[in-house]
Ligand binder design. Structure first.
Ligand SMILES: Cc1cc2nc3c(=O)[nH]c(=O)nc-3n(C[C@H](O)[C@H](O)[C@H](O)COP(=O)(O)O)c2cc1C
Ligand code: SF4
Ligand code: SF4
Length: 447
């Protein structure tokens, strides 16, 4: 068995799976049950300034049979009294001393920050997470993402917290910003112990076409919400990677966003997360998903020879470069496995209309089967991505692997194309059907 014990900036947990600050961590009742089910830690639903929540609160993007592919909420921080939450933190820690309980906080003045930090420390929290990410409601009041979008303010408030905190402090970042490393660096300058990301992405999930009101609807009106769930994982992974690769950030990362299975968690860890947090997947399927997450990660680590999480954290980072350092001589083309092909022609349509006209059809009518026109194929992957049959279209390497040249190296040698019609540009010699070819086909189809 692999050693799944995790350590984020000194906060230890039996495994790297934490519940993110959200409805599943609203109460001691829920967190007790989650720990019993196998979760390693929980970030308490954000405590702080008094709020009142609205009804309704959530909306979802269902995509072709998959419920809650994306999830949207307009909920604020906790509306339960602070003293009740503090009491429950204390109780949970009594029953689960080895599990991580993190207090997520959001207040305004320096005095309030000092007070609430002391309160949660006294209650026995193992760490503090600063919610600088909520992109709805709280930001209108100058908190949440309003702080996360202003690196100087983020730094100042984090410094206030660091003045009194004696337990590790995690700064939770908002993705509603063009360069995530800017606030991450500000957290680092403020001497925070770690960062967590991402919080939700500001969004309108959709419009009710009968009432014309966007979801979720509150008495005939709506407001922008925060987007999360499986759909946001690629955005989260990119931001985690950016922070992990930036030496000026240099902080441990708690990865959040779109994690539903052990595979999602593994991807976050490989791109630099020391542990992970989960919200939407638990709101969808409940605490029980932890069993497959831990056993799946354990199995994967065993298969790959990772004995501890430290062996695995950030292992993919060395393969992620700036575009200008990619090998321009690397060449793949699509190959169709005729034995697997069911003749649906999806690949043909995709390549013909959406890519490079590199798939032909042979045979008659319904029975036509696709073949790759190799000299036209740019190796874009599209046909393999649309093909509904697993491993039916594969990408096959055609260069012999001996040549390596990048855009950056070409620049160093003064060999980059410099004018719009420059002969050195890549696509110039690529075969493309002509306007006349299109005209011919249009006429034929109308004949
Ligand atoms: C209904 C709801 C309420 C949330 N409340 C909070 C909160 O109080 N504090 C916080 O830091 N993040 C909050 N979040 C954001 C989550 O902690 C998490 O960052 C985000 O949902 C992305 O993770 P996911 O894709 O696993 O859902 C909330 C998310 C949802 C869906
Ligand atoms: S890889 Fe791209 S260009 Fe090549 S056949 Fe497939 S879709 Fe067409
Ligand atoms: S998409 Fe796949 S299964 Fe369908 S025709 Fe193309 S190769 Fe065959």
């Amino acid at each position: 068995m692999a050693d799944l014990r995790a350590n984020l900036a000194g906060i230890k947990s039996p495994n790297p799976f934490w519940l993110a600050s959200a409805p599943p961590t609203n109460s001691g009742y829920q967190i007790m049950k989650a720990f019993d089910a196998g979760w390693g830690g929980a970030v308490w639903k954000t405590l702080g300034v008094p709020v009142q929540n609205v009804s309704s609160r959530y909306g979802a993007l269902n995509y072709r049979g998959k419920r809650m592919m994306g999830f949207n909420n307009i909920e604020l921080i906790t509306d339960r009294p602070l003293n009740v939450n503090l009491k429950e933190i204390e109780e949970v820690k009594k029953y689960f001393p080895d599990h991580a309980v993190i207090a997520s906080l959001m207040v305004q003045s320096r005095e309030e920050w000092h007070q609430i930090v002391k309160d949660v420390e006294n209650a026995g929290a193992d760490g503090i997470e600063l919610n600088f990410g909520c992109p709805h409601g709280m930001c209108e009041r100058g908190m949440g993402s309003a702080v996360g979008q202003e690196p100087d303010v983020l730094q100042t408030i984090t410094e206030w917290v660091m003045e009194v905190a004696t337990i590790p402090v995690i700064v939770k970042l908002t993705p509603n910003i063009s360069d995530i490393t800017v606030p991450a660096r500000a957290a680092s300058r403020a001497k925070a112990d770690a960062i967590s990301l991402i919080n939700t992405i500001q969004s309108v999930i959709g419009v009710d076409l009968d009432t014309l009101v966007p979801h979720p609807i509150v008495d005939g009106q709506s407001t922008n919400g925060g987007y999360c769930g499986p759909a946001v994982k690629p955005i989260a992974l990119n931001m985690v990677k950016n922070c992990a690769q930036d030496p000026e950030v240099g902080l441990p990362i708690s990865g959040i966003g779109g994690i539903e299975t052990w595979r999602d968690a593994a991807e976050h860890i490989l791109l630099g997360s020391s542990n992970v947090q989960v919200c939407t997947a638990v709101m969808h399927y409940g605490f029980g998903i932890i069993r497959e997450m831990t056993s799946g990660l354990d199995q994967y680590m065993n298969d790959k020879g990772f004995k501890t999480l430290d062996d695995m954290i950030g292992k993919s980072l060395q393969t992620v470069k700036k575009w200008e350092h990619l090998n321009l001589h690397y060449k793949v083309v699509a190959e169709i496995n005729d034995d697997k092909c069911i003749g649906c022609q999806l690949c043909y349509t995709a390549c013909e209309d959406g890519a490079h006209q590199a798939i032909g059809l042979s045979g008659d009518g319904e029975n036509r089967v696709p073949h790759i026109i190799e000299e036209n194929c740019v190796g874009c992957n599209l046909c393999a991505l649309v093909c509904p049959v697993e491993e039916c279209i594969t990408m096959d390497r055609r260069d012999d692997g001996t040549k390596h040249d990048t855009w950056s190296q070409r620049g160093d040698r003064g060999e980059q194309p410099t004018t719009f019609n420059d002969d050195k540009a890549g696509g110039l010699h690529h075969w493309v059907p002509t306007v006349q070819d299109a005209l011919k086909q249009i006429k034929e189809s109308k004949a």
